[in-house]
Write a protein that binds this ligand. Sequence first.
Ligand code: ADP
Ligand code: MG
Length: 404
Amino acid sequence: MTLRTIDSLGPLAGKRVVVRCDLNVPLRDGVITDDGRVRASVPTITTLVAQGARVIVVSHLGRPDGAPDAKYSLAPVAARLGELLDRSVGFATDTVGSDAAAKVAALGDGEVLVLENLRFNAGETSKNEAERTAFAGELAEFADAVVSDGFGVVHRKQASVYELEQLRPSAAGLLIAAELDVLDRLTENPERPYAVVLGGSKVSDKLGVIAHLLPRVDALLIGGGMLFTFLAATGHKVGSSLLESDQIETVQGYLTEAAERGVDIVLPTDVVVAASFSADADHVVAAADSIEATPFGASGLGLDIGPETATAFADRIRGSKTVFWNGPMGVFELAPFAAGTRVVAEALTEVDGLSVVGGGDSAAAVRQLGFEDDQFGHISTGGGASLEFLEGKKLPGLEVLGWQ
Ligand code: ADP
Ligand code: MG
């Protein structure tokens, strides 16, 4: 079965539609540093406004402890949404309290109201189903229909993602539909050659994806912190670089499986090794098999792939028809260690086919490095959700929308 779409809800003029978005943006001193998720929510909201619905937007922001916490207020997000929609957007200072109730009641056709952070209410993320259902029931009081569009949270069984959708007629928004369309193309008959580029901090986060994608891809390119566990698995010393010793055996299993299947696991041939974890640390390029031969010896830290590796990865990426990339190639937050990530991002923009960037930090990295979203085939708004989808898991927030 496929997702129920907004059309399935029938005419929405004058109806109160609660839209579950993922507006969990990074904030610094109350200022949004990356509004990608707010922009991604616009098409669905615009569609509902155009139909004359009374649009009630709900979202979480950060991880408040089930109670109001001013630093996680959605007020700045509501303001940004108003700018992007170019219309006035109301804001309720609570989620299901008296301010929300009054403002929902006063909402006119085609108007937009944002309710305060869902996670200011313990029921939203409670492990107890009855508590989640009770909170979902309070939200449902405001809804004639529900549109679920927070792709970043569909892998979570939370009140606004899972229970609410079962209490009212519900459908997927345009963002979820677009995300699934792309992820589907990565798992069902991808155009070949198909390369997957993995980086980021921990192998253990990505093992499920490696296992699920190994039978489906032509090449797996390994960078980021996880590359050192791969190097260790092939018998090399990695100095003081990130290493998950308990994963070495699993990684060796993947290397064997890949060889049997004829899948290339492409490992770095050189890495950037630094004296310490800081932007002004001394650093050198070292061969991947002799990381401890630098002046820093066993205390050297591998913080990026080297230039030779970056070029090899870029060639491989440009020669592919389908590329999925998750996880920065190095510690891109520190300028001297951003080059590998930049070269890989650049190559993705040149793919003649489908290029997809998934993962919160990866999306932030390409934007921070000055790339525009439309240079890629798709930038997924949901890191965990897209990875779990690619792991072949069933996602509760999609199942309640008819997805199987
Ligand atoms: P995503 O959110 O895109 O899935 P991850 O959360 O897995 O990505 O990883 C992102 C982090 O990985 C970044 O903060 C980056 O600094 C870090 N990282 C990349 N390479 C290394 C490395 N060699 N050593 C330590 N951390 C690294
Ligand atoms: Mg991350």
